[in-house]
Each structure stands twice: as C-alpha cells, then as structure tokens.
Design a binder for this molecule. Structure first.
Ligand SMILES: C[S@@+](CC[C@H](N)C(=O)[O-])C[C@H]1O[C@@H](n2cnc3c(N)ncnc32)[C@H](O)[C@@H]1O
Length: 463
C-alpha cells in the first residue's frame, strides 16, 4: 500500500506517520508514504499558493494550478495497473468509518489531498478527486490531521502491518459491536477485581462473557450501532434457516465483510465490501428485490426517493452477483437475463458436497456454488473451512494452508493427529479440485491415529 499526501506541511504528516506501528510498517516495506509539498508547484516567485475568493467572503482559497501540478507529479508515477483513489479530506465528505477503512485498504495507492485556509478551488477538485471523506462533524484548520487519522486506520488493516492479525477482527466495530472490557495485571487494583470468569481459564465461557459485554456496551453507548448489529443478527437467523445453501453469505456476515444493501420479507441482498460482489438470497422464492434492481423504473415508481436512489446506485455498481434460492429457476433466469447491466455475471448452479467416513461417502446436494470469482470462492471456502473446524472444536493451526488441496489435506490430517482429540468427529475440508487419491492415501497413512473411523472429511466441490 502506497500513501501519497499532497499538503502544505509535509513534515507534519511524515513525522506523525513515521512513528510507532506505522513507522515500523514503513521500515518493513509493508506501506510506503511520500508527502509532496504543494508549495513546490507554485508558479510565482513568492511561492504563494492561495488567493482571494471570487465573489467575496472571508479568508483565502488554495488555487487550482499548484494543487493540480502537485497531483500530476504523483499520479504520473503511479503504474497504470495499480488500483488507486484520490481522496480530498474535507468536512463536506462522507464520514470515515471502519468499513470505509477496510475498503480503502484494498487499493494499491491512496492519494490524500489536504486543504488549508478556506479550502481548495472547486475546479481542481472536480478534475482529480474520486472520494470526499470527513473525519467528523467539526472543522479543522487543515487536512493533515484528518489524513493521518485515515492513514493510521487503513494501514493497520494492510496484511503484515499488525503482527497479531486477529486483533483487527475482534476489535470495536467488527460486526457492529464495540469491544468488551479488558484487564491486565494485577488481579486486584484499587479494590477492583478482574471478573472471575476472565480468570477461570474456560475459553468458551470467556468468549460468551465477552460477547455479552460487547452487546451490553454497544447498546448503552452506541444505540445506532446496536440496531445495526441486531439487523445483521436477524439476517443471520434467516440465512441459517437454510444453512447449507447460505454458508457463503453467513461467513461474509461472520467475518464483518457484509453490507446489507436491501431486504424484503425472506429476501436479502448483501454486498461483500472487499470485492464489491453482491450476494442475493430468497427464502420464499419471491424475487422482489431482484425485480426492483433489474426491472424497469415503473415498478419502482411508488418507492421513496431514498430507496430509488439506492437502487439506481446498485444498478450502476453491480457487476457480479451470486444468487441463492433458485427453485423458480425459469423466472429467476428471466429476471437476470432481462437485466441490461453490461458484464453482469451471476451464478446459481448447484453442487454436491460429500462427506466421507472411513468406508462410506455420503453426498449432500443442494449447496450453491459461488463460482464467479476466484477471490470469492477462495474466501468463502476459507471462511467455511474455519467455521467447520471451529464447530468441531479444532483449533485453526496457522500452518494449515487451506487452498492448496494436497498440502491442505496433508497438513490438516497431521494437525488432527497432533491435536489428539480422540473422541471427536474430526472434519477435514478440502477443495475437491485436489486429487482425491492423494487425500485418501494420506488418511490411510495416518495409521498412528487411534480413532481413524471418526475422521469425517468434507469435500467442498469446485467446478
Ligand atoms: C478550515 S477547513 C476549510 C473548511 C471549508 N471552508 C468548509 O466549510 O468546508 C481547511 C481544510 O481542513 C480540512 N478539514 C477540516 N475539517 C475537516 C474534517 N472534519 N475532516 C476532514 N478534513 C477536514 C480540509 O482539507 C479543509 O480544506
């Protein structure tokens, strides 16, 4: 991830970002930062970059040309195949959130434009800016602090920046919950004792306590977030009515990657905020949402303006969609094929899931296979594998590689043997594109394992 900051105070940004965790990430080449002084692109001998505002009004305005030239100096260096955003930090932008940070962390290059004085000439903003983002409803003297806030929040989501990757997943805002209270040594401080349950060593109970505390705290301090959390829980409950079919959507929510875009009775349209791929399910085989999104405007005529705008935005953005709930397949295909969205890809194929025991191979049919994107498939598989492993009380060993079929099988089996949880049903999950013979052979060779008959292997088929 490369950050480029266009500013009148480069040393302020560099000093701020070059310390602590972000500083370490720069030294380890996980992120890079350059700060370009807009004043260097002034076209007058006094290095002036501001002037009076046409039409009167208090204060000075940053002029278009120096900002444009500073931008060009950066933009011309960014390779064409890099993904990038150009962000004007401004109190007039959309509010910066953890979700926005997660989205931004997926780009190769982020260019931040910091205003000063009364702001920047509108014309250059129109020409170069892709996103207007604010850090809150208050006015700062300049954009540098806002930029540093965003760089900090985005950096820690870049792989390798935080050493303990899990922490970003359990912190505040993950799944719309604030983090639970935490304690460190000593056990008693100012007569306050660390809650017994935390010291009990019972991991399950600790996890339950933490979740309850998170819910309680969110309800008390951020009712708006709590309401969102409830919405996602309701969605999860619905999806779990047909768990097998919706494992990909469930895992998107569980990992905090889902945005509920639209909902109707028995229907949900989610967006994977990392890939922008949409996921749709209909538990009652009505396709109200799809019709709204793909059909003509007349059907949406009596909708509120807010909803209409939302639908228009979805249409603009929607390129790929995974569709569940295809009992009325013909109708569904008709709706999707009527869509005049260019490049729309969708999938609703069924695929078989196999469960192997030592002697038998059971086939479970009906799971829909999100086939459209390597990215999604990998993530869905990854998350699903983790969920399954967790369900059976197995730790997710960091040395398990989930997607390289052969390696995964071998390493999982080894991990299972090492874990020696004899009485349990132990799942092995692998991508069916892996060579079945190799996997079977690995199981056969796992002779040291006492309860071999208890091994269950889930094979998630990939076309
Ligand atoms: C004094 S402010 C200008 C405010 C501008 N006249 C307005 O009313 O929108 C100077 C610069 O600080 C930055 N800034 C101020 N408040 C901000 C906020 N809440 N979030 C992000 N940037 C902010 C912007 O880059 C802005 O151009």
């Amino acid at each position: 991830m490369n950050f480029h900051v266009l500013t009148l105070f480069p040393e302020m940004v560099l000093n701020g970002v070059n310390t602590s965790i972000t500083g370490r990430a720069i030294r380890n080449n996980k992120i890079s930062i350059e700060a370009v002084n807009i004043r260097d692109y002034s076209n007058n001998k006094h290095n002036k970059v501001d002037d009076y505002t046409y039409g009167g009004g208090a204060g000075m305005l940053m002029q278009a040309e120096p900002v444009y030239q500073a931008y060009k100096s950066v933009a011309d260096k960014i390779p064409e195949n890099h993904t990038k955003r150009v962000i004007y930090v401004t109190p007039q932008g959309e509010q910066f959130t953890q979700k926005k940070a997660a989205k931004l962390s997926k780009y190769d290059d982020l260019v931040f434009l910091c205003g000063h004085y009364e702001g920047i000439d509108e014309r250059v903003l129109e020409e170069v800016v892709t996103d207007y983002i604010s850090i809150g409803d208050y006015v700062l003297t300049g954009g540098e602090l806002a930029t540093m806030v965003m760089i900090d929040a985005v950096s820690r989501l870049v792989p390798g920046v935080l050493h303990n990757e899990v922490s970003a997943e359990t912190e505040s805002f993950h799944k719309n919950l604030l983090e639970y209270p935490q304690y460190s040594r000593p056990e008693v401080w100012h007569d306050k004792k660390v809650p017994d349950i935390i010291l009990s060593g019972n991991e399950k109970e600790v996890e339950k306590w933490r979740l309850n505390q998170s819910i309680k705290r969110t309800k008390e301090r951020r009712y708006d977030l709590y309401e969102k959390y409830k919405q996602y829980e309701m969605c999860l409950d619905k999806l779990k009515e047909d768990k097998l079919n919706h494992s990909d959507m469930i895992s998107l929510i569980d990992t905090g990657r889902a945005e509920i875009v639209l909902k109707a009775e028995g229907e949900y349209l989610l967006k994977d905020i990392q890939t922008n791929i949409y996921f749709y399910c209909s538990l009652n085989d009505k396709y109200t949402i799809l019709q709204l999104v793909f059909d003509c405007v007349s059907k949406t005529a009596n909708l509120q303006e807010k909803t209409l705008n939302k639908i228009k935005n979805i249409r603009k953005e929607l390129e790929k969609i995974v569709v569940h709930g295809s009992k009325a397949k013909k109708k569904l295909e008709e709706i999707l094929s009527n869509s005049n969205i260019k490049n729309l890809t969708y999938t609703m194929e069924e695929f078989e899931q196999y469960v192997y025991t030592q002697n038998i191979r059971l086939s479970i049919k009906g799971m829909k296979h999100p086939r459209i994107s390597g990215n999604v498939v990998e993530n869905a598989q990854d998350q699903l594998a983790k969920i399954q492993l967790k369900k059976y009380g197995l730790d997710i060993c960091s040395d398990i590689e989930i997607f390289d079929g052969e390696n995964f099988a071998k390493m999982t089996i080894t991990a299972i043997i090492n874990s020696q949880k004899d009485e349990k049903l132990l799942p092995i999950i692998w991508n069916k594109s892996a060579n079945n013979a190799i996997i079977k052979e690995t199981i056969k060779n796992a002779n040291g394992y006492k309860s071999k008959e208890n091994i269950i292997v889930f094979s998630l088929s990939l076309a």
